[in-house]
Ligand binder design. Structure first.
Ligand SMILES: NC(=O)c1ccc[n+]([C@@H]2O[C@H](COP(=O)([O-])OP(=O)(O)OC[C@H]3O[C@@H](n4cnc5c(N)ncnc54)[C@H](O)[C@@H]3O)[C@@H](O)[C@H]2O)c1
Length: 284
């Protein structure tokens, strides 16, 4: 997709972090915006960053609810009549060893990170396809969606599923002869509010992994050390949409880990010593 001006973007999780910067980047390219989040204060803070001449609508939406995402799609098409760029970006993290993850950790994280993406696809794609135009669906996964990160079993499972879902979506769209394209965004650690994901955790899913503390500390430290900002991720993502690069890996360290994983999978154990690759602590 090369043309952004006057076209319509929908961003979930737009009230903070990467979603906020994606919204700003789309506005800078002349797009009209539908911004969604559970956090209405976060949405207004994002809206305050957008120039007043840009058409923006905000909508509270819990992406783990299919009804809420369908309502968001109806709202978006009702307001602007079309959608060209859909960012299924909202996400949360729960950490700790797999064996002490709670049923509530699984329900919450898979509900937001995986079902949120699935519901976005189900609610928006048929109308985007029917319009017969070009456009992109950008699903936010993670470096943890391509590799295994200790203490992130639930999160990794959700993000690996987003990669798989995106890969299949690409094939399904090609099969259907659609002009729509897909990207899957796989950053490593970026300084955002994701380490405080619990702030929006529903009360009925509050029971969390009791052994998350050391992993929380590691992620927070890694985020502080990260040289890649949410704005960098947004800029790299917009370029990847332009270039139609399916996998978006803003951190070089993720490429290295993917290579190592693929060697393990195919049984190629030649030692690979990378030059000039700065690795950061793994995490969301
Ligand atoms: N920050 C990182 O290090 C990192 C790394 C890789 C991937 N990611 C992914 O990037 C995406 C954005 O996260 P971020 O780092 O900007 O975190 P963030 O916490 O700053 O932003 C996430 C946003 O999602 C919203 N949200 C949470 N639950 C929601 C729900 N049920 N429905 C709608 N919105 C909801 C939050 O209110 C928040 O505004 C997530 O999918 C995350 O998994 C983040």
């Amino acid at each position: 997709m090369k043309q952004f001006e006057e076209r319509i973007a929908v961003v979930t999780g737009a009230g903070s972090g990467i979603g906020r910067e994606l919204a700003v980047a789309c506005a800078e390219r002349g797009m009209k915006l539908i911004l969604a989040d559970v956090d209405v204060d976060g949405l207004s803070a994002t809206q305050d960053l957008i120039p007043s001449n840009v058409a923006v609508r905000t909508r509270q939406c819990d992406v783990s609810s299919v009804e809420a995402v369908q309502d968001l799609a109806n709202f978006a098409f009702g307001e602007f009549g079309n959608v060209h760029l859909l960012f299924n970006n909202a996400g949360v993290a729960a950490l700790g060893p797999v064996w002490s993850a709670t049923p509530e950790d699984w329900k919450w994280v898979l509900g937001v990170n995986l079902l949120g993406v699935a519901y976005g696809i189900q609610s928006f794609l048929p109308r985007m396809m029917a319009a017969g135009q070009d456009g992109h669906i950008v699903n936010t996964s993670s470096g943890a969606g391509l590799t295994a990160v200790a203490g992130s079993g639930v999160y990794c499972a959700s993000k690996h599923a987003v990669v798989a879902l995106s890969e299949v979506l690409l094939k399904d769209l090609e099969n259907a002869g659609s002009k729509l394209k897909v990207n899957v965004l796989c950053p490593s650690l970026v300084k955002t509010a994701i380490a405080d994901s619990d702030r929006h955790r529903p009360a009925h899913l509050a029971s969390a992994n009791p052994n998350s503390a050391p992993f929380d500390r590691r992620v927070r430290a890694g985020m502080q050390a990260s040289a890649v900002s949410a704005a960098d991720v947004a800029r790299i993502t917009m370029q990847a949409i332009c270039d139609d690069d399916f996998y978006i890996l803003p951190h070089p360290a993720v490429r290295l880990r993917v290579e190592e994983r693929l060697r393990d999978i195919i049984g190629d154990h030649r030692h690979h010593e990378p030059d000039n690759i700065i690795t950061t602590t793994d995490g969301p």
